[in-house]
Design a protein around this ligand. Structure first.
Ligand code: FAD
Length: 467
């Protein structure tokens, strides 16, 4: 037990939640120690999540847009893909960011202890480091240990052809035929990447639609586009068996629409993520973990143990980096004695597919279930000059307003840059904006952001100008 440390604030896990909490706590004058099992900071998001996937999705976008320009008389020919160079470029993007985080930690004099941590008491964490065990005692602790990919039982163990998202992002090879198990955001983003790089893609999804839970009208343009591009999309279908053969992975399906068994070069399992709550000996600190592995918290991110907080993927859905960072700030501020609370009206979601899909606030599915009287305004991007010029004619922007108060309740969009456009509606919802407020806000022309304004004008019955 050499080199034991004491922290005023101990942060377990250096993902977006953990590093944000650690830096905020240090800025507020606390003595912070950050514990992370991997050599780089940034967690899933920077190392094997948001950032490498978006780097590769950028490549996918360039490839598909270049190909689409043939409609405009511009022919680039077949791209030559040097996989090793592409991998290096993607790794460089990640490394720049993770190195940046290390220097931010140094600037703030936040020591990073590299090793696997587990609680050994309500004020002590044992860390297994390369040099042996260290015990760090703490006054307060923020648990930010994140989540991991759910594994499907019965798949060939240790076969490199069966991938999770981390494996897929490594880009070992471009399989000729790839089956993506799970039609959620992560599966469809990776499908977008591999399709652009030349794989033939099939997607299998248990539910009756892709990205379940989101209004179908915004998913339809995505589904239509990828049905035309991909080899197959099997809905309401389950993978019953995967057998490892020399020539590939033989997959047997179950369900009404199930095809005959098929052989794929690789399979990507993207069936969700589960929180790491059961992997940190939380019980030794008296912290309650629910049966799924989540750590329940209150609006101040406090667990059932008053000096221990939890943030990010480990404390609940949605598992998104921007939720983790906001919660991280709240926890650090509460520990420093500030009156902070997680008080967001909504957490926006984006699928960075082609086309992009973004949504926030209530969906129509939610509003109907809650019996709320709402008005729906949908602006089709086919009526936007900018969208037509930029390959987004099949997009749409939908705003949902409370019929009685005229306030914005939710928004959803599909089309290029939908993920950028959604922020305006998040701000509108946070500010309690009414349809009229958005309709009276001058948006630059010609932009895709105008589609938000046009939809609001449609709700107000004042729309006069299109294109
Ligand atoms: P994590 O990022 O999971 O970090 C937890 C950290 O804790 C890890 O570094 C882990 O090594 C460490 N840790 C865990 N246990 C221990 C232990 N016992 N001892 C020491 N260290 C430990 N979200 C978005 O908002 N936008 C996106 O575009 C997006 N894309 C994604 C793409 C993919 C492929 C994946 C997998 C996820 C994506 N996400 C995205 C989700 C996002 O990555 C997570 O929501 C986010 O990383 C959660 O942050 P966190 O701080 O809670 O935990």
């Amino acid at each position: 037990q050499r080199g034991n440390l004491h922290a005023e604030v101990l942060v377990l896990g250096a993902g977006p939640g953990g590093y944000t909490a650690a830096f905020r706590a240090a800025d507020l004058g606390q003595r912070v120690v950050l514990v992370e099992r991997y050599p780089t900071l940034g967690g899933v998001c920077l190392n094997v999540g948001c950032i490498p996937s978006k780097a590769l999705l950028h490549v996918a976008k360039v490839l598909t847009e270049a190909e689409a320009m043939s409609h405009a008389g511009i022919h680039f020919g077949r791209p030559r893909i040097e996989l090793a160079e592409l991998r290096k470029w993607k790794d460089d993007v990640v490394a720049r960011l993770t190195k940046g985080l290390s220097s931010l930690a140094k600037q703030r004099q936040v020591p990073v202890v590299q090793g696997v941590g587990e609680f050994v008491g309500p004020h002590a964490l044992k860390v297994k480091t390369a040099e042996g065990h260290k015990t760090i005692t703490f006054d307060a602790c923020i648990i930010a240990a994140g989540s991991q990919a759910v594994k499907l039982p019965g798949l060939p163990d240790g076969d490199p052809r069966v991938m999770d998202s981390t494996d897929a992002l490594r880009l070992d090879e471009i399989p000729r035929r790839l089956l993506v198990i799970g039609g959620g955001i992560i599966g469809l983003e990776m499908a977008t990447v591999y399709h652009a790089l030349g794989s033939r893609i099939s997607v299998v999804e248990l539910q009756d639609g892709l990205i379940p839970g989101v209004d179908r009208d915004v998913i339809k343009p995505l589904e239509k586009k990828i049905r035309a591009r991909y080899e197959a999309i099997y809905l309401k279908t389950r993978v019953a068996k995967v057998e490892a053969l020399n020539e590939g992975l033989r997959v047997t399906f179950e369900g009404d629409q199930a095809p005959e068994p098929q052989v794929y070069d690789r399979v990507l399992v993207a069936v969700g993520r589960r929180p790491n709550g059961k992997a940190i000996q939380a019980e030794a600190a008296g912290v309650r973990v629910d049966e799924r592995g989540y750590i329940p918290v209150d609006r101040q991110q406090r667990t059932n143990v008053p000096h221990i907080f939890a943030i990010g993927d480990i404390c609940g859905e949605p598992m998104l980096a921007h939720k983790a960072t906001h919660e991280g700030k709240v926890a650090a501020e509460v520990i420093a004695g500030m009156k902070s609370a997680f008080d967001a009206r909504t957490i926006p979601s984006v699928a960075y597919t082609d086309p992009e899909v973004a949504w926030m606030g209530a969906t129509e599915i939610d509003l109907k279930a809650q019996g709320i009287d709402y008005e729906r305004a949908v602006f089709p991007w086919a009526a936007s000059g900018r969208a037509l010029a930029g390959g987004g004619a099949d997009g749409l922007t939908k705003l949902l307003f409370d019929k009685a108060t005229r306030r914005l309740l939710g928004a959803a969009m599909v089309g290029p840059h939908a993920g950028e456009l959604i922020s305006e509606t998040v701000l509108a919802l946070e500010m309690g904006a009414e349809a009229e407020d958005i309709g009276l806000t001058i948006h630059p022309h010609p932009t895709l952001s105008e589609t938000v304004y046009f939809a609001a004008e449609m709700a107000e019955g004042t729309i006069t100008d299109l294109y």
